[in-house]
Design a binder for this molecule. Structure first.
Ligand SMILES: Cc1cc2nc3c(=O)[nH]c(=O)nc-3n(C[C@H](O)[C@H](O)[C@H](O)COP(=O)(O)OP(=O)(O)OC[C@H]3O[C@@H](n4cnc5c(N)ncnc54)[C@H](O)[C@@H]3O)c2cc1C
Ligand code: FES
Length: 277
């Protein structure tokens, strides 16, 4: 698959650094202990890996680093037993990594188009690698906009990246929070309230949308009201995964297996699945 070699049996990785992002969300910088595999561990934007926390279990996690030149890292919210155990680990701790799995974002098909990213809260995690990739290849695309909404200023993801992206020439960024806090001078309101201000392009445009269900449904409705068709809206689906390689059917929705056919789908495909985000 695009020259990407898949690690099928978990390889041991060491946590090199841990950064706090927002409440309950941390970024883990890793390297694979087998240096040969580490060097050749290539990913495609939009794919995921299966991460083992020894003694706790395994879970699916997106790959926010850009395939080109970012340090390998995962950004994880603690929500259950495995992610809680991960959050207890310190630098030097060991994990198991297998993958990468899944289809990834369709960059070849969207060359020359305007791109809108709409990310609600930690929906920015799966979109980060795509944003970095598109900025690295900015000349291949038209207008590129990112609209990010969070509950409060403290809940804004990847604050260092946001600052950097805000000053990137030709990258239009719009940020809002649901509830302001002392010192916040930016926009207040749900993320779709930024659409008029951003003067969204519609012709020759693709939108990447990730976020919690209520945000997703409102944003999709607003984009389609403005004329964007359902096959020009791209998102990622999350399902509990076991094998990650199309064997166990654990991630099946109708006839599709999210681990191999996804996790990236157009909204037209998502609708066909009758899937609720
Ligand atoms: C492709 C993909 C990419 C992902 N990327 C990321 C990422 O980058 N970062 C990240 O933080 N997460 C990501 N996830 C989500 C992550 O895999 C899940 O949150 C995972 O289940 C966490 O495992 P856990 O054991 O900690 O929690 P779990 O015990 O699996 O619990 C997770 C959530 O599911 C609920 N739950 C558990 N069991 C049930 C049940 N039987 N019925 C209903 N609800 C239940 C829990 O209450 C909790 O809210 C991704 C998932 C997929 C499929
Ligand atoms: S997780 Fe086993 S088939 Fe998808």
């Amino acid at each position: 698959m695009n020259g990407i070699k898949i690690v099928t049996i978990p390889e041991v990785a060491t946590i090199e650094e841990i950064r706090d992002e927002i409440r309950d969300v941390k970024t883990f910088y890793l390297s694979l202990d087998n240096k040969e595999i580490d060097k050749n561990f290539k990913i495609k934007s939009g794919q995921f890996i299966m991460c083992t926390v020894f003694g706790a279990g395994e879970f699916a996690v997106s790959l926010p680093p850009s395939p080109e030149n970012d340090r390998f890292h995962l950004t994880v919210r603690k929500v259950g037993s495995v992610t809680n155990a991960l959050h207890e680990l310190k630098p030097g701790g060991k994990l198991g990594i297998r993958g990468p799995f899944g289809n990834g974002f369709p960059f070849e098909e969207i060359k020359g188009k305007n791109i809108i990213y709409v990310a609600g809260g930690i929906g920015l995690i799966p979109l980060r690698s795509s944003i970095v990739h598109v900025l690295q290849h900015k000349k291949e695309f038209g207008r590129v906009l990112m609209l990010h909404g969070a509950r409060t200023p403290d809940d804004l993801m990847y604050k260092d990246n946001l600052k950097e992206w805000q000053s990137f020439d030709g990258f239009e960024t719009y940020i809002t929070v649901d509830v302001a806090a002392p010192g916040w001078t930016g926009e207040v309101g749900f993320v779709h309230t930024l659409f008029d201000k951003a003067n969204l392009p519609i012709e020759n445009t693709v939108a990447f949308v990730c976020g919690p269900p209520v945000m997703f449904n409102t944003v999709i409705g607003e984009l389609m009201k403005r004329g964007l068709s359902d096959d020009c809206i791209i998102s990622t689906l999350e399902r509990h995964m076991k094998c990650g390689v199309g064997k166990c059917q654990h991630c099946a929705i109708g006839r599709t297996l999210v681990c191999t056919d996804g996790p990236v789908y157009t909204y037209r495909q998502i609708k066909t699945l009758g899937e609720q985000i």
